[in-house]
Design a protein around this ligand. Structure first.
Ligand code: PGA
Length: 244
């Protein structure tokens, strides 16, 4: 089953979110009898303030509500932070972890990212662990380091940093190579374990849009996409979720 995840980043007020989901519901009714078909898993990661609005539409439309951040501690003196338990309580079921913007702008380290993966999984949130190299960095070295945070149950999103929000998309060959490498590294890291886990779902992210999504989703080892900019527009997002 393909996974289509959206990352709204710091966009859309509650009013904007209402409008977006209203439009999506209209389009769904016209084209798909109201439901995102159940052969794909759509996860929409909205700002905290829009989680309630997203929940109002989630069951009807058939998508999962995700958040973009949380603090891995159970509770305590972390002014301004929000816990996994708090997110779960309001109906959130997934959360982005290790996004390059969090790593670069907010100084999140691999160690902290690993704590977040554990914190999400122990509280029933599916972490979407984002990994990817910056321009000029060695792919295998970066992935080996960042994938130490992976645990069974997480979804992985391969997002080359140079492709995020730039309009520069990795080629299909680059995507297939990186995804195969991710699956190999995860398999090796579990070698000898008593219960070798299922291969993880690996999404591609970085300038995915309504024009290139179908080709990317058809590529080998691609289990879905993580969409930023193009997920803000109901028309474009609808095209992406219905292209598979
Ligand atoms: P983009 O963002 O689709 O706008 O490149 C992707 C992301 O940051 O997850």
């Amino acid at each position: 089953m393909k996974i289509i995840a959206a990352n709204w980043k710091m966009n859309k007020t509650r009013e904007d979110a209402h409008r977006f989901f209203g439009e999506l519901a209209e389009k769904m009714k016209l084209q798909h009898r109201g439901q995102i078909s159940n052969d794909k898993n759509v996860i929409i990661c909205v700002p905290f303030t829009a989680i309630g609005i997203a929940r109002e539409y989630a069951d009807e439309l058939g998508f999962t509500v995700g958040a973009q951040n949380f603090h891995p501690a159970k509770n305590g003196a972390y002014t301004g932070e929000i816990s996994a338990e708090m997110l779960c309580e309001i109906g959130t079921r997934a959360v982005l972890v290790g996004h390059s913007e969090r790593r670069t702008l907010f100084g999140e380290t691999d160690d902290f990212v690993a704590q977040k993966v554990t914190g999400a999984l122990t509280n029933g949130l599916t972490p979407i662990l984002c990994v990817g190299e910056k321009d000029g960095e060695k792919l295998e070295a970066v992935l080996s380091k960042q994938l130490k945070s992976y645990q069974k149950g997480a979804i992985i999103a391969y997002e080359p940093v140079w492709a995020i929000g730039t309009g520069k998309v990795a080629t299909i060959a680059q995507i297939e190579q990186a995804h195969a490498l991710i699956k190999k590294l995860v398999a090796e890291s579990n070698a000898g374990g008593l219960n070798p886990p299922e291969p993880p779902a690996v999404l591609y992210g970085g300038s995915v849009n309504e024009k290139n999504a179908a080709e990317i989703l058809a590529a080998k080892n691609v289990d879905g996409v993580l969409v930023g900019g193009a997920s803000l527009d109901a028309d474009k997002f609808m095209t992406i979720i219905t292209c598979v």
